[in-house]
Design a protein around this ligand. Structure first.
Ligand SMILES: *[C@@H]1O[C@H](CO)[C@@H](O)[C@H](O)[C@H]1NC(C)=O
Ligand SMILES: *[C@@H]1O[C@H](CO)[C@@H](O)[C@H](O)[C@H]1NC(C)=O
Ligand SMILES: *[C@@H]1O[C@H](CO)[C@@H](O)[C@H](O)[C@H]1NC(C)=O
Length: 646
């Protein structure tokens, strides 16, 4: 039976529509001052955002939803005693939720910041609270930093990079007389009174929340190259580009290029707007904070409620992190974009090249998102051209790959390893909490299948690849599972169903797997880490991680969940099963936000009792970035080809 694939993207969408031409000037309304502006002083944004009073009804509503979502969180009980090297994330989640339900907060901003910090510091990008009201701006410091082989620097390409943010940004810096250009490449001696590495660690611990491994988060703090959408881009990094506005400036001690004298410089943050247009406080709340028709889920049994596309198409599992920064992604400056000709299949999220050695093909895989079928046809096109050109080595760059469709990660693994390997994924399960058991039982009773619900039994297969029948209750009985001394039963384990793919997969590997290697910066999330972990666990594929702190290890797989449900998706599962009236079901949100959750576990082949997220897997090599590689993928690939293949 052919399965039709429909891309299903995350529910958080931000309009980038036309901005209003006039800013209102009501001095008593702190939002009127910034209404209509694309760039604003951070202090003005904070004044607007802090003008909304704390509201106990909203707090209890948000906390009821958030707490209900945590019942579905696969890793909740692991947090009680996170195993090494992931100890930093240890916390008691139920106690944290109880604290947030009772604590005093001065404003709605303060409540949301506390909840944001709590979920961020769980260090799992799949399980976070994203309040639209307070993620409507990104703070941008015109001094992103990098860790190079010789120390910590303000990015050497600052003069090429910062103008790509837009003239509104540089005009605002000019208007306050701040000379950012002279900071290009400056040596950083201290940040906010701390040594650069202590400050970087502090940001990695408190602000960079997407990865369990501290070493990986260090690379989130600093600037790096990536593909955003289908374009080359440079990240500001979390030090210079946080998504919750809390800082107005940052003081560093630096030695500028062409100087020998340390000097203290206070660098202003400027906030970039990426929310829905507004003119004043009331319209800021209405357009950016209040719940809207996409905030909560729908009953997919009622076709008029389904806005995501026609029925009778299979839902497609997603595993990705949300990096809010791409909302206003800044390009990679032209001089650093690869100059080699692109091979076929390079118009989407994959960019492929043949290096000057003529023996090494490179696939820079920016994500597993975008066009589901094109990802597969682009892979075929690139590998066919590599083969036709006599390429024998394959280098895969997954720097800053945030994940995407689960089945595309499994596809890439199977394409490289050949279909003779059989099932290309991991064993999977979800938590069998009391409400999840009621959902599956209700779905089975009503014949709800993979076109309507992810809990529908025929989404999954037995270990012999036979799909579960639609009336198979795979949570009855729940499978016993104990985590840190707590009983935490799961569903029966199962396989994903991804085949047949949209293209033919060769039976045997197109390249000797010994000649395949992976490079990245550890920021490889969700489906990306499923892919890299499969390559390591099944084929012992060699890998190199660049960057990080000298002497600190960095996992090559950033964050491995298995499948994420956005809040609206989980709520749709609950409503479609018909159990929204159950006392255990979380309420609809009264404000716009997304409490997303890692909903499935992928179990390691190295130790089938452990989620791959908690298995330490280190790269073959660690290298520092240099001034020639931190923003220059082609230089990095040439270096890596020498290390792996020559
Ligand atoms: C608090 O929020 C609720 C829900 O939006 C609203 O009905 C109520 O009027 C608010 N309370 C105050 C005091 O503003
Ligand atoms: C440093 O000096 C060189 C030579 O005068 C000049 O080309 C370069 O622009 C200067 N760099 C900075 C950041 O001022
Ligand atoms: C690249 O794609 C074009 C169009 O499909 C095809 O004609 C050409 O043979 C391909 N080139 C290589 C080297 O595979």
């Amino acid at each position: 039976m052919p399965r039709i694939v429909r891309p299903l993207l995350a529910s958080l969408t931000f309009l980038s529509g036309s901005l209003l031409a006039f800013a209102a000037t009501d001095a008593s309304d702190p939002c009127a001052k910034i209404g209509g502006l694309t760039f604003a002083a951070a202090a003005d944004v904070i004044a607007c955002q802090k003008s909304f009073p704390f509201n106990e009804t909203i707090r209890q509503n948000v906390m009821a939803t958030v707490s209900g979502v945590f019942d579905f969180y696969t890793f909740e009980d692991y947090y009680l005693n996170s195993p090494p090297p992931f100890q930093e994330s240890t916390t008691n989640i139920p106690a944290d939720l109880a604290r947030l339900k009772g604590a005093h907060f001065a404003t709605d901003y303060d409540f949301n910041l506390a909840l944001w910090d709590f979920t961020t510091q769980l260090n799992d990008g799949h399980t976070r609270w994203f309040p639209s009201c307070y993620n409507a701006y990104q703070n941008l410091l015109p001094a992103p930093i990098v860790i190079l082989d010789r120390g910590v620097f303000i990015v050497p390409d600052l003069v090429e990079f910062v103008p790509l943010v837009g003239s509104g940004y540089t005009d605002l810096l000019d208007s306050i007389g701040f000379n950012w250009q002279r900071l290009a490449g400056a040596t950083v001696l201290s940040i906010a009174g701390l040594s650069p590495f202590d400050y970087i660690d502090n940001i990695a611990t408190t602000v960079s929340g997407n990865y369990l491994d501290h070493g990986v988060r260090v690379n989130s703090v600093v600037s790096s190259y990536r593909i955003s959408g289908t374009d080359f881009s440079q990240r500001f990094g979390d030090l210079a580009g946080p998504s919750f506005i809390t800082q107005t400036s940052l003081t560093m001690t630096v030695i500028p290029v062409n100087s020998t004298k340390p000097e203290s410089v206070t660098i202003p943050f400027v906030s970039a707007f990426a929310g829905n247009p507004f003119t004043d406080q009331a319209s800021y709340w209405a357009n950016n904070c209040a719940a809207n028709e996409d905030t909560n889920g729908v009953d997919r049994r009622v076709s008029s409620q389904v806005t995501q596309g026609p029925l009778k198409q299979r839902l497609q599992p997603i595993a990705k992190i949300v990096d809010l920064a791409p909302k206003q992604a800044v390009g990679l400056p032209g001089p650093f974009i690869p100059t080699l000709p692109q091979v076929n299949g390079s118009t989407g999220v994959i960019k492929s090249y043949i290096l000057d050695d003529k023996k090494t093909g490179v696939m820079f895989i920016g994500s597993f998102e975008g066009d589901f079928v094109q990802f597969q046809t682009d892979t075929v096109a690139a590998i066919n051209q590599f083969k036709a050109s006599g390429v024998t080595n394959l280098l895969i760059d997954i720097t800053n790959n945030g994940g995407g469709f689960v089945c595309l990660g499994l596809f890439l693994h199977q394409y490289l390893a050949g279909s003779n390997i059989g099932y290309p994924g991991f064993q999977s399960s979800m938590r069998a909490n009391p409400l999840a058991q009621k959902i599956v039982a209700a779905d089975v009773a009503q014949g709800i299948d993979d076109t309507l619900a992810f809990y529908g039994a025929n989404n999954w297969a037995f270990f012999n690849n036979t799909p579960f029948p639609a009336d198979f209750n795979y949570m009855k009985p729940p499978a016993p599972n104990v985590v840190n001394g707590i009983s935490d039963p799961t569903s029966q384990r199962f396989f994903d169903i991804c085949t047949p793919f949209n293209v033919d997969v060769p039976p045997t590997p197109p390249f000797d797997l010994k000649n395949v290697a992976i490079v990245g910066n550890g920021n490889c999330a969700s489906t990306c880490s499923l892919f890299t972990t499969l390559m390591n666990e099944k084929h012992n594929t060699r890998s190199a991680v660049f960057g990080g702190k000298p002497g600190e290890q960095v996992q090559f797989k950033g964050m491995a969940g298995n499948q994420v449900l956005e809040w609206a998706d989980l709520d749709s599962e609950i409503k479609t099963a018909g159990v929204k009236n159950d006392p255990l079901a979380p309420p609809d949100l009264l404000v716009d936000g997304n409490m997303r959750v890692n909903w499935r576990t992928a179990w390691s082949f190295f130790d089938e009792s452990k989620p791959i997220a908690y298995v330490s897997e280190l790269p073959t090599f660690r290298f520092a970035y240099t001034k020639d590689t931190y923003n220059n993928p082609q230089n990095l690939w040439a270096f890596a080809a020498k290390v792996f293949f020559h």
